[in-house]
Design a protein. Sequence first.
Length: 174
Amino acid sequence: DHIVIGGGASGTGLAFSLAENGHKVCLYERGDLRSKPKNFEGQTIEGFGLGLYNPHMSQVVKTKEKIRTHVANVLSGGTALSAGIQIEERDEYFRFLEREYGVHFDEELINKAFNWVKERTNDPMGQDAMYSDAFRQALTMVGFAPDLGTQRKAEMGSINPFSLFKYDGDKLSP
């Protein structure tokens, strides 16, 4: 019934929720498992920057705007490369996609998948963590404000970061 591309935190959550609701699901992942020693950088927040240069975890791509960036190429690689940051899209985004592209989304199922990921994989970013402060400052410098704390839904121009890493940055959330 469904093909889910990417076995990271969101892809796994979506595939699980679809299957739990009786849909047949193919979860497609092109990369390796996140494991030591090949891609150990994805295990801690300190390794995040180094992970961008690890060919087992990411590859360089150039956008249409000629900006050099990285994409993940391992299971949970996107989670590792994004430092586990999760943004939950607002319902209006899915309505826009339905209106513009004629696709249909099961809103209840999407929210169930978001909740599954939230409950199992991530924590609000620590308020005083070095990384969290730098992340918030960077977003504020380019025009995002205010920090809404632990609110999960993205508000236009707002900051509300969650991370796959526990507050101490050394451990992944369960």
